[in-house]
Design a protein around this ligand. Structure first.
Ligand SMILES: Cc1cc2nc3c(=O)[nH]c(=O)nc-3n(C[C@H](O)[C@H](O)[C@H](O)COP(=O)(O)O)c2cc1C
Length: 358
């Protein structure tokens, strides 16, 4: 494939991802995040004042104002600059971290770099994370490629996304996932900033998390099932290109479109590792995949996450012109749960037990 052809496909893909995530039927329909399985115990004697509740916490040793991150989404085409600018303004306003979308475009071509660089301009004081996919990692990134991505953002860390199911469904998907772990070990040893590994909606199991930690990864973002199905997003792109060409049998297709480990299950399984593996004690977990309100954030923290993160709800709110209002509402939900559980701060909320509903 010529360089310009591959560049056009990358631009079309990032553009249509946003459009399909905004307007397409891409939610899991046979699976939920699992948060509805849990309840907090009501505390009739909170003994705290609502207005004194402190939402601040730390993420990778930096103080942040609330346990929420805007997940990696976009960059690398003309309209992405405006989206990233608004996401960055919101992150700066709330003093919360932000990830950018895959920077594969930056490695393929020097156009649209501003659509990534703009994030640092509008979010000068918060943590910003670069992003690249497993298939690019597997090929082996050069030192120049890594420093190009990190310097463009003055990044605080590098996010690597694992998206095997997405690549299988993607019309132009790259399904060679050999050497990802080996290359991750090389990168974590080489770069002076933390490496975060995330899924994109199929979740990370405890056994995969263990292998990632052994490779030097500092943060696991579970990005579990129950929110958006990237298999569905790519299936829409596939049928637009090739019509209803059959690749899977009908019952298998339904199951594969709903493939993945629910977000709450990932959190339970990965945080259980802390008891058995000392290396896990310093690892931070991000809860993402279908987070849609402040009570989901609260349950995530009680299930062991350091912070929660959201992509599609943030994008939809931005599209409707209510991004800052939505984040403020989620933080008010969170504060309300903290009040009703008697948690004056995030550490106390993390130590609150959840009841498993029968
Ligand atoms: C429009 C859009 C584009 C995305 N692009 C990327 C990407 O480039 N890199 C990445 O790691 N994740 C990407 N994601 C996945 C999200 O970061 C997140 O892991 C996933 O959507 C699950 O979270 P959610 O249910 O809150 O959307 C994208 C999500 C959206 C909505």
């Amino acid at each position: 494939m010529s360089e310009s052809n591959s560049n056009n496909i990358t631009i079309e893909r990032k553009h249509s991802h946003v459009e399909i995530c905004l307007h397409g039927d891409v939610a899991f329909n046979r699976k939920t995040t699992g948060f509805e399985r849990f309840d907090f115990e009501h505390n009739a004697l909170p003994e705290i004042c609502f207005s004194d509740i402190d939402l601040s916490t730390t993420f990778l040793d930096k103080k942040i104002s609330a346990p929420l991150m805007i997940s990696s989404m976009t960059g690398g085409y003309s309209e992405a600059a405006a989206l990233n600018r608004h996401l960055a303004e919101a992150a700066e306003h709330f003093r919360i971290p932000l990830g950018v979308g895959s920077m594969r475009q930056v490695l393929e071509n020097s156009s649209y770099r501003e659509s990534f660089a703009i994030v640092r301009k509008y979010a000068p004081s918060v943590q910003i994370f670069a992003n690249i996919g497993a298939p690019e990692i597997a090929k082996g990134l050069t030192d120049t490629e890594i420093s190009t991505m990190l310097e463009l953002l003055q990044a605080d860390g590098l996010i690597v996304h694992l998206n095997a199911a997405q690549e299988i469904f993607q019309p132009e998907g790259n399904t060679d996932f050999r050497h990802v772990l080996e290359q991750l070990s090389i990168i974590t040893a080489k770069i002076p900033i933390p490496v975060i590994v995330k899924e994109v909606g199929c979740g990370i199991s405890a056994s995969a998390a263990l292998r990632l930690i052994e490779a030097g990864v500092k943060v696991i973002d579970v990005a579990g099932a129950g929110g958006i199905s990237w298999q569905k997003v790519e299936e829409i792109r596939y049928t637009r290109q090739f019509g209803q060409e059959t690749r899977f049998s009908t019952p298998a297709l339904e199951e594969l479109l709903n493939w993945g480990i629910p977000t709450a299950q990932c959190l339970l399984d990965i945080s259980a590792l802390r008891k058995e593996h000392s290396a896990f004690k310093t690892i931070e977990i991000i809860a993402s995949g279908g987070i849609q309100c402040g009570t989901d954030i609260a349950k995530s923290l009680a299930l062991g996450a350091q912070i929660a993160a959201s992509a599609r709800c943030m994008l939809k709110a931005l599209h409707q012109g209510v991004l800052k209002e939505t984040i403020a509402t989620w933080l008010n939900d969170l504060r309300t749960v903290m009040f009703l559980t008697g948690s004056a701060n995030i550490e106390q909320l993390r130590n609150t037990s959840l009841i498993i509903k029968q």
